[in-house]
Ligand binder design. Structure first.
Ligand SMILES: Cc1cc2nc3c(=O)[nH]c(=O)nc-3n(C[C@H](O)[C@H](O)[C@H](O)COP(=O)(O)OP(=O)(O)OC[C@H]3O[C@@H](n4cnc5c(N)ncnc54)[C@H](O)[C@@H]3O)c2cc1C
Length: 378
């Protein structure tokens, strides 16, 4: 089967930004994405796109004006409260970090790439070095491809490209977010609108948190942040039923939280688990492997700290620029220079994720308020 110059595994924000940038520079590429189509139901909520990183990448990709049509500048506000419901701090208004729904960001990028440049329904099963010393890609649909000058792992937390480059394995942090939606039809919807309004409402206290965030269509998502052993919910109570999970959250995790928070649990009709995994700062030093590299979460997965998608798009920009500078014939040099530049960013974001994790789940909520106040003052 004929192959293109660059294979990008994963059509998330990072892989698609890279694709668009290569498209602009006239460099040959193909994206392989596990979703069945561009209409596949995408998980994940709203993302804040920062001026110097995510927005910069979009500007270089010629997509900043398109982004601004969706960008929600009034959703940057954050209200912080304690578990009794006492409002402690309001911050983030007028930050140049507008919110956009993940699905809208994806659509902007998809609309900027020819349709035949993305192969849907291609889940990478494994990758290995073939007899010609080039990466060979095996997909779950039976397709096997090789002869790429470069394979870029943009396939997120559980990258199948990563093991070809580094033995690094994401470690479980002991923390999860349980996500639930508050749609227009939810009896709690009107109360949530008046309680949260635009932006985000973040309640924290004694090793737990609850985040409520407005989405582009005016609905809300709640994230219940708690500490449990690995796969506790996946294998256990949530697998059995949502009602049992609600009861458990109320009795074992949020029993002493104010009624307004407990109501969020009582009205949660769907619950999805986001287990928080991270790579370590020591993982950020692999020896460059010819014909292969990693970008975004595949390279430097961290605990969510508000930077993930922004750094992912920055990786895409840096890698595309290096490939354009050195040309596809000298792609390994481009990769080496990209990786040397990326490692310090990876180390910084993993360390910052660890710091955020510690303060967000601290026994003393004051540490979290201080961290947010410091961030707001920068
Ligand atoms: C609960 C939660 C909240 C977050 N909130 C924020 C936030 O507010 N701001 C922020 O900046 N970041 C946030 N993040 C982090 C952010 O989502 C990631 O950093 C960002 O999505 C990384 O982009 P990516 O393209 O590298 O990876 P992903 O977004 O994970 O995309 C990977 C793509 O690869 C595809 N794929 C995966 N495996 C394969 C395979 N084997 N074969 C083919 N395709 C594959 C996937 O379908 C997907 O399309 C949050 C993360 C979590 C878990």
């Amino acid at each position: 089967m004929a192959a293109a110059g660059i294979a990008i595994i994963g059509g998330g924000p990072c892989g698609l930004t890279l694709a668009r940038l290569l498209e602009c520079k006239g460099i040959d590429y193909i994206v392989y994405e596990r979703d069945e189509s561009e209409n596949s139901n995408r998980a994940g909520g709203s993302l804040d796109i920062h001026a110097g990183t995510g927005q910069h990448a979009l500007r270089e990709a010629g997509l900043l004006d398109g982004f601004k049509k969706y960008a929600r500048y009034d959703d940057t506000a954050v209200t912080i409260a304690d578990k009794q419901g006492k409002r402690l701090l309001q911050m983030g208004q007028n930050r140049d970090a507008p919110e956009i729904d993940r699905k809208d960001l994806r659509q902007i990028l998809l609309d900027a790439i020819p349709k035949d440049k993305i192969k849907w329904g291609h889940t990478l099963l494994n990758a290995k070095i073939g007899e010609d010393k080039r990466p060979m890609l095996e997909f779950t649909n039976g397709v096997v491809l090789s002869k790429f000058k470069l394979v870029v792992g943009a396939d997120g937390a559980w990258s199948k490209v990563r093991p070809m480059i580094t033995p690094a394995i994401p470690q479980y942090s002991g923390k999860i977010f349980l996500e639930s939606k508050v749609g227009h039809e939810n009896p709690l919807y009107e109360t949530t609108v008046s309680r949260v309004g635009p932006g985000m409402f973040l309640a924290t206290g004694v090793g737990k948190s609850i985040v409520t965030q407005r989405q582009g269509d005016g609905t809300y998502r709640n994230y219940f942040g708690i500490q449990v052993e690995e796969n506790f919910f996946r294998n256990g109570v949530l697998k059995l039923d949502v009602e049992a999970t609600r009861r458990l959250l109320l009795s074992d995790f949020y029993a002493d939280w104010a009624e307004e928070y407990q109501d969020l649990i009582r009205h949660a009709t769907d619950l999805r688990v986001w287990s928080l995994y991270t790579l370590s700062t020591e993982d950020m030093n692999w020896k460059s492997v010819p014909g292969l590299t990693l970008v975004g979460d595949a390279a430097h997965l961290t605990i969510p700290n508000g930077e993930g998608v922004n750094l992912a798009m920055t990786d895409a920009l840096k890698l595309a620029s290096k490939i354009a500078e050195h040309g596809i014939e000298d792609v390994n040099r481009a990769v080496q220079e990209y990786e040397n530049d990326m490692f310090p960013r990876g180390i910084a974001t993993i360390a910052e994720g660890r710091r955020m994790e510690k303060v967000m789940f601290d026994e003393d909520p004051q540490a979290f308020f201080q961290a947010l106040s410091d961030a707001a003052a920068q």
